[in-house]
Design a protein around this ligand. Structure first.
Ligand SMILES: Cc1cc2nc3c(=O)[nH]c(=O)nc-3n(C[C@H](O)[C@H](O)[C@H](O)COP(=O)(O)OP(=O)(O)OC[C@H]3O[C@@H](n4cnc5c(N)ncnc54)[C@H](O)[C@@H]3O)c2cc1C
Ligand SMILES: NC(=O)c1ccc[n+]([C@@H]2O[C@H](COP(=O)([O-])OP(=O)(O)OC[C@H]3O[C@@H](n4cnc5c(N)ncnc54)[C@H](OP(=O)(O)O)[C@@H]3O)[C@@H](O)[C@H]2O)c1
Length: 247
């Protein structure tokens, strides 16, 4: 089912990357889930999935998106301004949520994201659940440029608030940024530089890993983690790796 949402605010992180804050009535959702945003074009509906970035108890909805130049929907979303309307799905969906992780496995949570896929992890970190469940949390955030690190300031605030529990590792691939690694996520896992920067070891015994975003990164990280003895987390066979590809 579709409902109309009103844009109440937009944040431009750079000329392509933006957040839309929306006012709309949807069913309750779990941090990590996505909704669909949609427009009618010549009588045909164009709909795409967008993860919710806000905490489930917020009184607004928030999505982080990037303008894909030849994309069907994202350029129109990028053109929206405060007061504009967009259709959204009333029910969120998706299984990349903390309650899908096996309850008794792993005391360290690894969150691996490229680009806009940091959104569902921000939503999770705005809830109580990860802080109560995990001793250490490492968020690895891979982007091309420093200016693509949306929500970085908020993440740094959370790291301060949860000092010793949350470690942030930025992997910036197309320029140097002080304090950041200059590698793709699978490469930084392979050579140990991400673990070294985080000060946490990633192991099948201790870790749950959530991976989200660019399908090449997701597949690359999955392959590497499987070589290290971690397995996909399935309902019929609990494991350590839970993932979502954005395309
Ligand atoms: C479960 C799920 C959750 C998603 N959540 C988000 C989200 O929170 N924010 C978001 O921006 N997108 C998200 N996406 C992707 C989104 O649904 C659209 O595919 C994207 O906005 C492009 O739509 P489009 O119609 O403009 O481009 P299309 O005409 O559909 O072109 C798709 C192409 O755009 C590129 N692309 C798509 N999404 C991205 C992206 N996020 N970053 C970089 N390149 C991309 C890829 O090359 C892909 O092949 C999600 C996808 C899935 C499956
Ligand atoms: N961000 C920009 O400045 C920019 C510029 C032009 C167009 N765009 C548009 O924005 C869209 C999204 O760009 P984005 O920068 O958000 O997302 P992205 O292209 O998915 O890049 C995000 C991060 O993922 C890395 N990555 C890409 N492929 C990978 C793979 N196979 N394995 C491991 N890591 C991988 C990138 O490294 P690499 O840098 O090594 O690729 C980068 O660090 C593009 O599709 C394009 O339409 C963005």
């Amino acid at each position: 089912m579709w409902t109309s949402a009103t844009v109440i605010e937009r944040i431009d992180w750079n000329d392509k990357l933006f957040t839309l804050r929306l006012a709309a009535d949807i069913e309750p959702f779990i941090a990590g889930q996505f909704i669909k945003l949609s427009q009618e074009r010549d009588g045909k509906r164009v709909a795409r999935a967008y993860s919710l970035v806000n905490a489930p108890n917020a009184d607004y909805l928030e999505v982080l998106a990037v303008r894909v130049e030849d994309g069907q929907l994202s350029p129109s979303l990028h053109d929206l301004n405060s007061g504009d309307q967009i259709e959204i799905s009333t029910r969120a969906a998706g299984f990349m949520t903390l309650d899908e992780l096996p309850a008794d496995m792993g005391q360290h949570l690894w969150l691996l994201a490229t680009g806009t896929a940091v959104g569902p992890f921000v939503s999770m970190l705005e809830t109580e659940q990860p802080w109560q469940r995990f001793k250490r949390i490492v968020l690895v955030y891979g982007v091309r440029l420093q200016e693509d690190l949306a929500y970085w300031q908020r993440l740094q605030e959370l790291a301060q608030l949860h000092q010793g529990q949350l470690e942030l590792v930025a992997c910036v691939t197309r320029e140097q940024m002080p304090g950041a690694l200059e590698c793709r996520i699978p490469d930084g896992l392979a050579d140990g530089s991400i673990e070294q920067q985080a000060g946490v070891t990633l192991s099948a015994q201790d870790s749950q890993v959530m991976i989200c975003g660019n399908p090449g990164m997701v597949s690359g990280a999955l392959e590497l983690l499987q070589e290290r003895g971690l397995a996909k987390n399935l309902r019929r066979a609990p494991g350590q790796i839970t993932m979502e590809k954005y395309w």
